[in-house]
Design a binder for this molecule. Structure first.
Ligand SMILES: Cc1cc2nc3c(=O)[nH]c(=O)nc-3n(C[C@H](O)[C@H](O)[C@H](O)COP(=O)(O)O)c2cc1C
Length: 471
């Protein structure tokens, strides 16, 4: 097992980490296929509560959700969820999904349980039928669902937690405590003028499990970083053990770290691999690393291997709709695929790589905020907490103290990303348009896919990356 290894046995770590890709792109199917091959399959934990209830409202085709729910150790939690969300035969295509309340600091117990169960389900299915390793990916920027999500994943025996999108100092210690079923507190990022005030989110695992359960496995913690300074900070200041690093280049799909000096990326924004290697921890390189040559170069630089996103996102097992995947493949072949780094679109404030596909050229102007994962928590004048998203309708956002500048160019990632996996919100009978994030480097495609093929599997990606380097 990976967990019993230390960094001196780096060769026993997986050579390929299939990167966590939200929302629902790296789903249980993809992670399962990768883990079966002895590589690290990672599910995205982002918005899994909404994804579970949408799968149930679609009638749970294949029965996978209900199979995993049956394996959840506390059936009373499952009963409530099935009674509330499962629709036999599925909802009508033009019918709107029923929504759960948006995440808040003082979440209802029922919503906390939904997060626990949803994350259990995804990890359980990813681990089903093999003994390979499975990880969960969460983003530091989306804090409110984090603790119950991690706990649900731990109940399903998750092996690794990978986190990026911020500086996850509090997470390693939270994993230590949750593995002992002790209460956990996590510092929250709250927009406030009063710097002396600290805000926390708390979670008590013990209140969700029976007295018989005493401990859980403490998963390994890998931080996704883009600078050696961040790696050092995490080693020094994290609340518990950090077990490895994924060094992500700004070529990578998803969110990227902002350029250090603003403007465009320069050489200064490329992490020093030597400095991270000098820390003596296992590490992987990510961002345009999906070739045998990149794997060989990463290993020559001291890495255990590579983390790969885009190549897996385009594979048959990923959650992205077949229509979007084939459009991207076609555009790549035609030479018309354009991946842009959008410095404004994401409500997180981080740059976000996106690709233009036909489906999103008619983006609707509707900015309704009904999922709320990327809302900023802010302190009101009376000291209570409020929530606002810069991608939500302008007027209420500004009324809540947001600025017009913050709102400029923002897109609703929550709804756009769910539409990308075929679970888009339906408004007035019309589905919200997809928003597709993608990496810059598509060189892998010409080697994986023959001219007469239109799709490929996660196995094909692994076979290709592990194939001998051509001299
Ligand atoms: C569709 C897509 C979604 C992504 N979502 C996330 C995410 O939710 N969290 C995260 O840490 N990284 C995310 N990433 C980054 C990947 O985990 C991985 O590090 C990156 O894709 C590697 O670069 P590559 O795309 O060139 O292979 C995403 C990447 C893609 C392509």
């Amino acid at each position: 097992m990976l967990n019993t290894l230390d960094s001196s046995q780096a060769t026993a770590y997986p050579e390929i980490i299939q990167g966590g890709m939200g929302a629902g792109v790296s789903n249980w199917r993809l992670a399962n296929a990768v883990a079966r091959r002895g590589q690290l399959g990672v599910i995205s934990g982002t918005a899994l509560d909404t994804i579970l209830i949408r799968r149930l409202q679609l009638g749970d085709p294949g029965g996978h959700m209900r199979r995993a729910l049956e394996a959840f150790p506390y059936p009373e939690m499952v009963r409530t969820i099935l009674d509330k969300w499962y629709i036999e035969g599925g909802k009508q295509a033009d019918e709107a999904y029923k929504l759960k309340p948006m995440p808040t600091v003082d979440m209802l117990r029922e919503d906390e349980e939904l997060l626990i169960v949803a994350n259990f389900v995804e990890v359980y299915l990813a681990k089903e039928g093999h003994s390979g390793m499975v990880g969960i990916n969460l983003l530091e920027k989306i804090q409110l669902p984090t603790l119950p999500s991690l706990f649900g994943a731990m109940l399903a025996d998750v092996d690794v937690v990978c986190m990026g999108g911020g500086i996850p100092l509090g997470i390693p210690g939270a994993l230590d405590k949750m593995s002992q079923l002790q209460p956990v507190e996590m510092k929250l990022h709250v927009v406030t003028t009063d710097r002396s005030q600290e805000y926390t989110s708390s979670f008590h695992p013990g209140t969700h499990v029976s007295a018989v359960q005493k401990t859980l496995k403490r998963p390994l913690f890998f931080a996704v970083i883009s600078s050696d300074v961040l790696a050092k900070t995490l080693m020094k200041k994290a609340s518990g053990r950090v077990d490895g690093f994924v060094i992500e280049h700004h070529r990578a799909g998803g969110h990227n770290a902002p350029p250090r000096r603003g403007g465009e990326y320069t050489e200064r924004d490329v992490c020093s691999i030597e400095k991270v290697a000098a820390l003596g921890m296992p590490f992987w390189l990510a961002g345009g690393c999906s070739t045998p040559e990149a794997l060989a170069a990463a290993k020559a630089a001291g890495a255990c291997g590579v983390q790969v996103g885009t190549a897996f996102a385009c594979s048959e097992e990923s959650g992205i709709t077949a229509k979007i995947k084939s459009e991207i493949i076609q555009k790549h072949r035609d030479g018309t695929l354009q991946v842009i780094t959008d410095f404004k679109a994401s409500p997180t404030g981080y740059p976000f790589k996106r690709v233009e596909v036909e489906a999103n050229s008619t983006r609707d102007a509707c900015r309704a905020c009904d999922l709320g994962y990327l809302r900023h928590v802010y302190a009101k004048d009376d000291g209570t907490l409020g929530y606002r998203c810069p991608a939500s309708p302008r007027k209420p956002f500004v009324n809540k103290g947001g600025t017009a500048e913050e709102a400029e160019g923002k897109q609703c990632l929550c709804n756009g990303l769910l539409a990308t996996i075929g679970m888009g919100t339906v408004r007035r009978g019309t589905p919200v348009q997809p928003l597709v994030t993608w990496g810059e480097d598509m060189r892998f495609l010409d080697s994986i896919l023959d001219a007469n093929q239109s799709s490929y599997s996660a196995n094909d990606v692994i076979d290709y990356i592990l194939s001998p380097v051509v001299a």
